[in-house]
Design a protein around this ligand. Sequence first.
Ligand code: NAP
Length: 463
Amino acid sequence: MRRTVLTGFRGTGKTEIGRILSSKLNVPFIDTDVLIETRTGRSIPDIFHYDGEERFRSVEREVIATLPAADVIVSTGGGVVCDPKNMEYLRRDSTIVLLVADIETIEQRLAKKPRPPLTSLPLHEEIAAMMDRRRRNYYASADFCTDTSETSPFQAAENILALLQRGVPTSDQRNTALAFFRTGRLPPVPFKKLEDILVGADKDPTTRIMGVAGYPCAHSMSPKLFNALFDFCHLNYHYTWFEDPELDEIMDVARAIDAKGLSVTIPFKHDVIQYLDEIDEHAAQQIGAVNTVVFACGTGIGYNTDWLGVRKPLISMKGAKAVLLGAGGVAAGAAYALKDLDMDVTILNRTPENAKKLAERFDCAWGTWDKFERIKPDLVVNATPLGMQPDTRNPLREDQLYKDLTVFDLVYTPPVTPLIEAARAKGCRTISGIEMFIEQAREQFYLFFGMDIPVEKVRELVG
Ligand code: NAP
C-alpha cells in the first residue's frame, strides 16, 4: 500500500481520522508531532517556548525525512506544507489527503483542547490569518481534499477510504474525458497511455492527471518535462495535452477528471481567467494573463509564472535600458518583469496601437520597429513568434546587433534561433528561451506540488 499522508490546519481532525484509517486498513499510524516529542523528550509547546519555531521546524524536517516509505498512515503538523524539503519527502510514493474545515469549526475544536497560540492574535483571527497565509501551500500539498467541518471522524475516514479506493472521477466522467482526448491530436502512444490510466483494467484510481491547455500546444515541452519530473520525484501523476479550440471544453474535462492543474498557453492565457475562482495578484491585476491553474478543494486558482521566467535570467541587469519586441501575452509578463527590475523599457511592435496599450499599463515608452537604432539598448527581449519553427525569420537585422547588447530570445523552438545565432556571431551575450521555460516550469512545479526542483535537474531533463 502506498503511504497515506494527512495534511491540514490544526483542528481539522488529522490525528483522530488518521487513527481510524490505520485501524480500518490495519497499518501503523504515525503522528509526526508525537515523533518530535519522543525524539527530543520534550513537549512541542516547550520546544516553541524555549528554542523557538526555527528549532522546532528543523527537528520536524529530520523526523519527516526518516518516515517509513510505505504501509503507514501519517498525520503531519499544520505547518509542514510550507517547507519544500518536507514536501519532497512526504510526496514521494505517497497519496496526500488534505483535510479542511471552516474557521468556526476549527475554533470550536481548538477551544475544547487548548494548545499554545501561534501568534498574539485572538484565536479566531489567528486561525483566519494562518489559514490564509498557508492556504496555497495546503492546496499544493493535496492529491485529494476532504472537508471535515460537518462530518464525524468516522465518516471522514470513510470518505477518505472511498477516495483512495475509487478516486474522484466516475466511470462516465472518465469515458467522456477519453472521448475528448480521442478527438484531439494526441499521437497513438500518449493516447494509449492515457486510456490505460483513465479506463484500463489495471488503472490506479489515485493517479492524477494534469496537462497543458492550448490550441495548438503539440509543440509544448511541458509534457516531456513534467512526466520526467514525476518519475524523478516518485509522484503518481500523468501530464498530457489538452489541445482544443474550445476553452470551455478543456475546462469542463479538466474539472470532470479532477485534474490537479493546467499549464495554459496560446490563445487562452487571458480567457482562462473567467473560469477561475481566484487569481494571484501578479497574474490578474498586473499582467492580465494566467499560465498556471491549480485546482484544489473545488477551487481553481490562476497564477502567472512567465514573468518569473523572464526575470530570473536578467537579475544581474537591474536598471538596464531595454527594448521589448512584441506586445502580446508573453510580452505583458516580460514588461512586468523588466519594470520589476527597474529597467528603462521601450516596447516596439508591428501594430503600434498594441505597443501603446501595453506601454501605458506598465509605464514604458513605445514605438514601431524602426525606432530600435535610436534607442541603443543594453538588452533586447524578443517576445514575438519570429524565428519559432518552422519560421526562420530574424526579428532584427545583423547590423542592428552589437557586442555590448544582451539578446534574450523568448522563442525556444529551436533552442538556437536565427536571432541567437546572429547575436552570437556579433559577440553579444545571449540568453535562450529555454532559460525562461526552465524557470517558469520550476515555479509551476512549486505551485502545483509545493516542491523546489534544482535548476540543474530541470535543465538536464529538458535536454
Ligand atoms: P501573441 O500573444 O500572439 O503575441 C505575438 C506578438 O508578436 C504580437 O505583439 C504580434 O504583433 C507580434 N508578431 C506576431 N507575428 C509577427 C510578425 N510576423 N512580425 C512582427 N511581429 C509579429 O504570442 P505570445 O503568447 O506573446 O507568444 C510570443 C512568443 O513567445 C511565442 O511565439 C513563443 O515562441 C514565445 N514563448 C516562450 C515561452 C518560454 O517559456 N520561453 C513561453 C511562452 C511563449 P501584433 O500586435 O502586431 O499582432
